[in-house]
Ligand binder design. Structure first.
Ligand code: IPE
Ligand code: IPE
Ligand code: MG
Length: 248
């Protein structure tokens, strides 16, 4: 396995878990079997990320646009989500992991919301990794909802338009309180963002692999993290400024 510097881990790792359906179809299996296998990869990545000292892990589990899939697949995904949360909450307690959800929760079925509420409140006191599930999440939807909240506060007189800095606007997003992702992994060979964290990914390092999510292994995760550690993040500055720590 790639040697990793535990002092240079991304603080916030985000993942677009893609390729479950193709993984299954390539094996003449139903797409839902791919999702079931994908849930096993989720367990591995959550466990590894928490062990490696990553503070925030955000997983794109279901997009706003995924509601347009066949009803049978949507139902199967919701059932799988509920089963996963129920099964894993005890492990989250053992590993000191805290659940968080971003996305439009009012779209989710009541039973899923109840399961989420219970998992969130049970793990609320945990101080280790924050595991954020993006559910019924879309970046544009999040941004327009945030703009509406900003507008309401301006109308109510509690916010001045002059006070709307990037920090203030960011605090109106679902991710308010989370740092921006340092590293984004997308599996299955697709090289797009698919409406994920549009605002927050401004300076995120991107990593794409051909591997479908159910086949994504510990070794691949370590390879991706080693790649992250080899990069120079410049945030608009020159390479000299970064390597010399100069502030000119
Ligand atoms: C990712 O796998 C899981 C979700 C989007 C819910 P897909 O279901 O998108 O798999 P492909 O892209 O069709 O192979
Ligand atoms: C993105 O994957 C959403 C999730 C991983 C949950 P999709 O499979 O829905 O994305 P597109 O449609 O290929 O862009
Ligand atoms: Mg896909």
């Amino acid at each position: 396995m790639e040697p990793l510097d535990l002092n240079r881990m991304p603080v916030h790792l985000a993942v677009i878990m893609d390729g479950n359906g193709r993984w299954a179809q390539q094996r003449m299996l139903k797409r839902v079997v791919g999702h079931q296998r994908g849930a096993e990869t989720v367990k591995m990545v959550v466990e590894q990320a928490s062990q490696l000292g990553i503070k925030y892990l955000t997983l794109f589990a279901f997009s706003s646009e995924n509601w347009s899939r066949p009803a049978l697949e949507v139902r199967a995904l919701m059932a799988l989500l509920k089963k996963y949360i129920r099964q894993e909450t005890a492990r989250m307690m053992r590993k000191n992991i805290r659940y968080n959800v971003i996305g439009n929760r009012s779209d989710l079925p009541d039973d899923v919301n109840e399961t989420l509420d219970s998992a969130i409140s049970q793990t609320a006191g945990n101080t280790g990794m924050v595991l954020t599930l993006a559910l019924s999440y879309g970046g544009r939807q999040e941004l327009s909802a945030a703009a509406a909240r900003v507008a309401r506060d301006v109308l109510a007189g509690t916010l001045s338009p002059d006070a709307i800095t990037t920090e203030v606007f960011g605090s109106y997003l679902d991710t308010g309180g989370l740092p921006d992702p340092d590293f984004l992994i997308r599996t299955s060979g697709e090289m797009r963002i698919s409406n994920f964290l549009l605002w927050q990914l401004a300076y995120t390092e991107l990593y794409f692999t051909e591997t479908n999510w159910p086949d994504f292994t510990i070794n691949e995760l370590h390879k991706a993290l080693a790649d992250f550690q080899s990069r120079e993040r410049r945030f608009g500055k020159t390479s000299d400024q970064i390597s010399k720590g100069a502030t000119y």
